[in-house]
Design a protein around this ligand. Sequence first.
Ligand code: GLC
Length: 719
Amino acid sequence: MEYLKFEEQVNALLKKMSLREKVGQLNQQVGPCNEEDMKRLKDAVRKGEIGSIIMAHSATAGNDPQQSINMKMYEELQRVAVEESPNRIPLIYGRDVIHGHHTVYPIPLAMSASFDSGLIQQCYRCVAKEATADGIHWTFTPMLDLCRDPRWGRIIEGPGEDPLVGSKLSEAVVKGLQGEDISKEDSLVACAKHFIGYGASEGGRDYHRTEISDYSLYNYYLPAFRSAVNAGVATVMSSFNDINGQPVTSGYHYLTEILREQLGFQGFVISDWDAVHQLIKQGVCETEAESVALAIEAGVDMDMADGHYINHLEESVHSGAVPMDVVDQAVKRVLRIKFTAGLFEHPYSNKETLDKKEHLKIARQMAVKSMVLLKNDNQILPLKKSQKIALVGPFVDERRALLGSWTLDGCAEETPTLLETMIDKIGKDRIFLNKDLNGLYDNTVETAAQADVIVLALGESEKVTGEARSLSDITLSKDQIELIKTAKFTGKKVIGVMFCGRPIAMEGIAEYLDAILYAWHSGSATANAVCDILFGDAVPSAKTPITFPRRTGHIPLYYNVTSSGHYVNGYYNENPQYSYNDSLSSPYYPFGYGLSYTTFLYTDLQCKNKTLSIEEIKKGKKYTVAVTIRNTGDYDGEEIVQLYIHDKVASVMRPLRELKAYEKVFLAQNEEKQVVFELGKDELGFYNSQGEYIIEKGEFEIYVGSNCLTENKCSIFII
Ligand code: GLC
């Protein structure tokens, strides 16, 4: 995406602006809640002292119920900006449209489980249409914080633990939101956040410190942002955290040297809420004026919500603390996005009426493709519609949690429950209900006695996921675990449907269940998708984008780990002598894992042109890896074929597995296909601590299979 084609208009406008107006463009204020707010905001807009308004009323908009958008208020403020302010510069309105607007899609962690960029992009195209119709210009999405710690509530907002999955999600969301042409009225300006390293918050505690080497930054945390910049993301949000004692909000190395100079980002950077002020709390400055100087010099162009830029930046320029050119560059970056996004042409909402039924259909497809079948002993799933079901548990009637966190404009009341949907699917007579958790044993046993199987509706509330919602123990509530055991002791087959945001520690839970469908918080169509899968109207295909540990105490546990000196690693095999003395240390469910109703056989893995020189690779020559997959089961289905590499010997330790390619293939029963991957420079090199991309000689093991534990391998060589 080219953001430099309006430089003439930008420079001409800049020349006409006073310093006060320039600083105004860098000031994002909180939206109006009442007439008093309106008066204050109108006065400031009329003077050109505000460049953007965030349509939120609290610093944790994902958790606190937000007022719906009062279009009249925002249209009136925009009218003042474009008709009465000194240079008629339109406001840009931002809102956290994270995984849906009125129609809510699965949480991003769940969408990542689909490994389906095309469908994700389609979802975000619908999101953009709904949001722009409500007058929103800009959303603070995609959240690209890779995370290896499910205690962190915000893990649900991101792509999980893998850089490639993160990069693919990043590209799909940016392209879906911004569309083919960002200047169109139904294009929503995207914002890659939180740059950078927020997902490494120590202990999974939100807003906490991080220790990230540049080696890890370049190879692990940065790829998703590189992908967003390459996809043309127009804005980036700086993150709250510090890295090794350097707050990112005042981190020139991160926001300018890496993001702008190395990645080539041309848009503008906005701070997180109040993050400029927080530099004082982080102890790198004493006064608000100093926090402003640090942030804008580091590369934070726009200041969210704390008003420090509008209150102190003019005086900082007059005193010489901040050079005029630094302000001019920031203003130019903001103006170029406003021009490129077409705000001067269409500052108001397009008020388009949309076919939300179509969006809901796509949301249902996305939910089906996101739900992971973790267990299905003796193929008890899919159920027959003639079977009698004991439907038990606290999520039988649940609506709100199914939408997940960060759904400001979703409507829980319109979200079907599992009970309602199951009745639609198989009729009331076949469902025996026990919703309450009291009388745990006798009610459940009694209910179960009348049924063929028990379906448990389990999960976690959306209130323990998202921002400022970390958990020290990632498991189900004790009463739900008791319920699971009770169900098991009835002697009936027990199916657990888990409406969770984060992956939970499965030890002491999964053993009691004969089948597990991980339904996540999958948005408006969650319950429909669950019933589609439970009764065989859809065949599950999703894979875990994040490791499911046995216990909370095993965190961090992730698949792209390096070897240790003593033995390979608990992830890839058990070694009781070196792991924990009180438990196995391998994952309960590994990365990339998920079952189907059918089975797939991998054969004939071969690496053609097994040996290439570094020069040949640098010139673009590639290795070809082919594998044959056959559907050997009783259902048509989709398989996400995954290719991992292991760089066996390198100048620094490299991970035992790195996902470098994947492809989702549809296979009818008995159908066989060959899947071919190409590996070249982009897949076989890595970044050193200076950010240089290097390729080294040696053997690479290539693993191709249905999850990261596959032993189906061949080798290629770089000479
Ligand atoms: C919050 C979040 C950020 C969000 C912003 C605006 O603190 O960290 O993700 O976009 O503020 O609500």
